[in-house]
Design a protein around this ligand. Structure first.
Ligand SMILES: C[S@@+](CC[C@H](N)C(=O)[O-])C[C@H]1O[C@@H](n2cnc3c(N)ncnc32)[C@H](O)[C@@H]1O
Length: 390
């Protein structure tokens, strides 16, 4: 998925770093899970995974990919008119394929919240999806809503299908990477018809759990062997840049959809997000403090966490400097000065560009000795002494 800070391409590096640092064990808490890429990798590696994010779309992805320990069977849908034949003579994971095929081929198009709010078919004229794709998304959301109401879909099955819809919608969204703006012309990928794909669900392990909470609150409760910390690193609030996905994640489960829709506002159809505003995106100083609000939150998280091993990912262009993070880690854990030779690694990779489609037009400051678009991700390791683990 296109997502600021998505670690899919860095998974091997993160894993190797954790192993080299001896940051292993039986359980891990990925407290800023986003796309759930890191949480899924730890699940694959046999860990018990606790994952968390304060955005609903992330929670949906975690519920679909992190929590399940059984392949969803969709037994309740066998008797639903039109769907049954897509499930007949299918077993195991191919049953998901049957439901996905049904949703792609048979669902009636509907002019609902997505059509009205995020396509030029609606009064606002917002151009996030073609009207055709907007109707398809609404049609699928409506099916999910009805199936849930009729109790023919288990909770895990609901999340698997919703995750598939969110990922499919993101592939045809007419944006340059984030939903903070839509493109004025139609991008090639946006003109393609929406097509769900069958999610690949790993059933490894047991006891995994997804959360949708404030990270600083959750770390006080959950004890795991490894804490993986990948906070937002710049001022772009996720709630303002992925609000369209948030609406998709919530719409099928909202009781009063009219009231919900009436609250969307502004040029891009934002959802009020005061409660989801992240301290980690705030550079300004905290009240009565010489520290930024971001640093205050980061220090609090480290201090309050209950995990023995801590791995922090951070982008070199972020609000916090290298030294600030290192100092915070050693001070808050009561450790000697941070040892950059032993506890730190820098990974080179290509920049996530939300305007990549525009070609080389926009320029970034190219640091000496760097390729254009090269950017570094920092990995820090710290250990909390005297913590038991389970
Ligand atoms: C850098 S991204 C994580 C990316 C993720 N590791 C991945 O590979 O996709 C940071 C995430 O933190 C979430 N977030 C921001 N502030 C938060 C908070 N206070 N509590 C929980 N999650 C938060 C954002 O919604 C976002 O998904």
């Amino acid at each position: 998925m296109r997502y600021i800070g998505n670690k899919t391409r860095l998974l091997g590096d993160i894993e190797a770093f954790a192993e080299d640092m001896g940051a292993t064990g039986r359980s891990v808490l990925d407290v800023f899970a986003g796309t759930a890429a890191v949480a899924r990798r730890f699940k694959e590696r046999g860990y018990r995974v606790y994952s968390n994010d304060n955005m609903m779309y992330s929670y949906v992805l975690q519920k679909a990919y992190v929590e399940p320990t059984r392949v969803p069977a969709f037994l309740g849908l066998r008797k639903v008119r039109g769907v049954g034949k897509f499930l007949k003579s299918r077993s195991g994971s191919s049953r998901i394929d049957g439901v996905v095929e049904y949703l792609n081929r048979e669902v009636q198009q509907v002019e609902g919240i997505v059509f009205r709010q995020f396509t030029p078919g609606g009064l606002s004229g917002r151009q996030f999806f073609t009207p055709e794709n907007g109707r398809r998304i609404d049609g699928i959301l409506e099916s999910l809503r009805v199936w849930r109401r009729r109790k023919v879909l288990r909770q895990a099955e609901y999340f698997v299908l919703l995750a598939s819809l969110i990922e499919a919608a993101d592939r045809v969204a007419n944006i340059s990477g984030v939903y903070g703006a839509y493109l004025k012309h139609w991008d090639v990928s946006a003109k393609k018809p929406l097509a769900l794909r069958s999610p690949e669900i790993s059933t490894r392990g047991r006891g995994h759990r997804a959360y949708r909470e404030d990270a600083n609150r959750l770390v006080r409760r959950i004890k795991a062997d490894v804490l993986y910390v990948d906070p937002p690193y710049n001022r772009r609030q996720y709630a303002a840049n992925y609000h369209v996905l948030e609406v998709l994640a919530e719409a099928a489960d909202v009781k009063d959809l009219d009231a919900y829709e009436a609250r969307l506002y502004g040029k891009t159809g934002l959802k009020p997000y005061d409660e989801q505003r992240s301290e980690y995106c705030l550079r300004q100083r905290g009240e009565d403090s010489r520290l930024s609000r971001c640093e205050i939150a980061f220090r609090d998280l480290i201090r309050s966490s209950r995990c023995r091993h801590i791995i922090v990912s951070y982008n070199e262009e972020g609000i916090l400097s290298l030294e600030t993070i290192a100092r915070a880690l050693s001070e808050e854990l009561g450790n000697p000065a941070f040892d950059f030779d032993r506890q730190f690694r820098e990974i080179r990779y290509r920049r996530f560009r939300s305007d990549a489609h525009r070609g080389p037009g926009r320029s970034y400051r190219v640091l000496e000795g760097r390729r254009r678009d090269e950017i570094h991700e920092w990995l820090f390791y710290a250990r909390r002494h005297g913590t038991g683990s389970r």
